[in-house]
Design a protein around this ligand. Structure first.
Ligand code: SAM
Length: 396
């Protein structure tokens, strides 16, 4: 299995040290008893998003240093400081309007928001005054923490609720698409070419249960992408990406959507030699493993993003494709090296802080770690000649 490396590179965890959420297990078990085996997408939806019990619906810290993994914005503010430059490029591509909204999906507790606003305040004061920040979070209690964090950083007056009004601005999501519920399938030499891996309950535990596919959309997705799975090759198919993209693009009158996540174009993602067992991974206590049925509700579940599917979903809602690149090329284009030097020369600089920033940055750009994350940018009605520094370099 292709477990992402780098910030998420970790030894196998002691799976027995964390029990499943008993209320959640009972709810899922009851649903299986009532409806029969569930699609993996339904299981993942309950495991991550069930109110009060799903992994992302708990008030506990996740992600973050106390959580189960470290995302780039949580690892160091240099990531958000670089992204502030991308915000400035998007603003200029829209003609430098007097009001510009940053709408962040999956904003967590606000690490990225604070770093972007800090960067704009220092480098782009006119844009800083024009900016309003809208945070979209599946777990509303996290928005309270985000508000407090922005207020502590002096940015309270930049925050506005996401009331659904149309925006001119930049929509961003970092490490959100990988958490969308996904179906699991296996190649098959029958007519459909696929069987689905459902979730059943046997002898007091969740187990895989192969069966005929629950929807023709699964085989259709692979056909559209020109992909054929080998018999017994396992893979994930995230149908939810279409609805997610439609929602993210909704109300974007004019502006840019930038998505950052680990993933590959379909031909690479579904490569039978490199990824014969798919990419589903579970994260628990900063450790990665392969069993989605342990620590249910208390561990994260993720699968690599099919960037071809994201690009097709964006086209379907009328967005133009600006560029797709790697995180390492994106950050380099945004001048992250120069930002690191600046951090070294500021009044508050210490050797310790510099070394921390450098170590975090190395993981963000290392092609064997987060550097190979994908950055996908789409736009609606922006200047076609606009320059985006982060998208100007060839992906490495
Ligand atoms: C892996 S964390 C990333 C958080 C943050 N973007 C970062 O990079 O540190 C995923 C975040 O997205 C939120 N989330 C997941 N699915 C979501 C959805 N469909 N809509 C809004 N937020 C979502 C989760 O609650 C969580 O805060």
């Amino acid at each position: 299995m292709d477990i992402p490396t780098g910030i998420r590179r970790v030894p196998p965890p002691d799976l027995d040290s964390v029990a499943s959420d008993p209320v959640l297990v009972e709810r899922i078990r009851t649903e299986i008893e009532r409806e029969g085996p569930l699609t993996f997408a339904r299981f993942m939806e309950l495991a991550l998003y069930e109110p009060d019990h799903g992994y992302y619906r708990s008030p506990d810290a996740r992600p973050g240093r106390g959580g189960d993994f470290l995302t780039a914005p949580e690892a160091h503010p240099i990531f958000g400081r670089a992204l502030a430059r991308h915000v400035a490029d998007a603003w200029r591509a829209c003609g430098g309007p007097p009001a510009f909204v940053i709408r962040e999906h999956g904003a967590g507790s606000g690490a990225l928001a604070v770093a972007i606003l800090d960067g704009l305040a220092v480098e782009e004061p006119e844009l800083y005054r024009a900016v309003r920040y809208r945070a979209v979070e599946v777990e509303s209690s996290r928005l309270i923490e985000l508000g407090e964090r922005l207020a502590a950083a002096g940015h309270a007056n930049r925050l506005e609720p996401d009331d659904g009004r149309p925006i001119v601005g930049l929509v961003i999501a970092n490490e959100v698409l990988d958490a969308l519920p996904t179906h699991r399938v296996e190649g098959d030499d029958g007519d459909v070419g696929l069987r689905e891996v459902f979730v059943d309950w046997k002898d007091g535990a969740f187990v895989d249960a192969p069966g005929a596919t629950s929807t023709a959309a699964l085989a259709q997705r692979l056909t559209d992408e020109g992909v054929t799975l080998r018999p017994d090759q396992r893979a994930e198919i995230c149908l939810a990406v279409d609805a997610w993209m439609a929602e993210a693009a909704a109300g974007l009158e004019h502006g840019v959507i930038t998505l950052i996540d680990y993933g590959y174009p379909a031909a690479e993602l579904y490569d039978a030699v490199r990824r014969p067992r798919g990419t589903l991974a579970a994260y628990l206590g900063h450790r990665a493993h392969e069993d989605p049925y342990r620590a249910v509700g208390r561990q994260d579940l993720t699968a690599h993003v099919d960037t071809t599917a994201v690009e097709r979903a964006a086209a379907a809602v009328g967005l133009g494709h600006v560029a797709s690149t790697t995180q390492s090329a994106f950050l380099a284009g945004l001048g992250v090296g120069e930002l690191l030097v600046e951090l070294q020369s500021g009044a508050e600089a210490t050797l310790q802080r510099y070394l921390e920033a450098r170590a975090a940055l190395v993981r963000m750009i290392d092609p064997a770690a987060m550097g190979r994350f994908r950055v996908l940018a789409f736009a609606r009605a922006v200047d076609p000649a606009a320059t985006f520094r982060g998208l100007s370099r060839a992906p490495d």
